[in-house]
Structure formats: C-alpha cells, structure tokens
Write a protein of this length. Structure first.
Length: 175
C-alpha cells in the first residue's frame, strides 16, 4: 500500500535539521547507513527514524545496503538548494530589504517601487519576488492608505528626493 505524498509532509520531513543533513549526505554520495551515522554523529535511533520518514515520503530508496535519492528526492533536493541560496542572498541583503520595507510603507507608486527594488537589489529571484508580491499587495490594498502628508508637504516627495542618498548608504552597508 502506497501512501499519498503531500508537499506539507515532504516539507515537514526535510526541514528537520538532522533529516536535512542526512538527505544532503545521501545526495552528495550514495552512502551506507554506518557512514552517515558516523559522519553526522547521530544515534542509530535518530538515523533510522529520520530515514524512515525519507523512505516513506519517497525521497530516498535503499538498494544493497546503500541509500540513493529517488527522482522525486533529486527534484526536492534541487529545489531545497535553490531555496537555501535565495535565503542566503536575502540574509546578506537584510538591511536593503528593511529599507525597501520602509519605502513601501510610504505609499509610493508601483513604478517607483519597481525602480527602487531594481536599483537596490542585484539578485533576480529576489527582485522578482518583491515585485510580484508588491503588485499583488498594492492591487488588493489600492487606495486603502492615503499618501502621508505633513502640513502641505507630501512625504513621498521627501522620500524620493533623499532616495539617492539612501540607496548609496544601503549599498555600502550590504557589501
């Protein structure tokens, strides 16, 4: 009897740090269990309980005492590596992302938002994620926030006037 594979179960399985380490080790070399246990300093129970989950979710298979990634496991491992790379890039540019958040809170136009994101970020995946999320958010929140004003002045005008200074300061911080 085969179990139904769900992305939630797979994600739960591979987000455990030790299970992820096992999966990565199997991906890098078709390993025997004793080698994995020794390398990762796991108890046998830790190893076999996690391996049971990987087998159950169809990420790995066992053949002649060795563990291998299945095709599903290879695709999942590849997606996980891309996710880790994107998160690493986001962590490196954390302060840039904070500045983008502040600018987005100022109710700037979509075009201004896209230009600022494009200027501040070099990673295409992060640019696409921010732009796509901003378009969805702004279309669902259209005209909810009025442009912030202080007296007769529009705060967006002040923000745009100081943008080159902010951008150069952020780029200097994140490098």
């Amino acid at each position: 009897m085969t179990s139904v594979i769900s992305k939630v179960k797979v994600f739960d399985t591979i987000t455990d740090r030790k299970t992820l380490s096992i999966l990565k080790m199997i991906a890098s070399s078709n390993s025997k269990s004793d080698l994995v246990i020794t390398e990762l300093r796991l108890t046998r129970k830790q190893f076999y309980s996690r391996m049971s989950l990987l087998l159950k979710e169809g990420l790995v298979k066992r053949h002649q005492g060795r563990y291998f990634l299945t095709s599903f496991g290879k695709v999942s491992q590849f997606a996980l590596m891309k996710l880790e790379q994107t998160i690493d890039e986001a962590v490196k540019g954390y302060w840039t992302l904070k500045v983008i958040d502040l600018m987005l809170e100022s109710s700037i136009t979509r075009e201004e938002c896209k230009r600022i994101i494009s200027t501040l970020t070099n990673n295409e995946e992060i640019k696409n994620a921010l732009t796509m999320m901003e378009v969805k958010a702004s279309s669902s929140l259209s005209n909810v926030h009025a442009r912030p004003r202080v007296g007769n002045r529009n705060l967006n005008e002040d923000l745009i006037a100081t943008e080159p200074v902010i951008i150069s300061a952020v780029k200097a911080t994140d490098t």
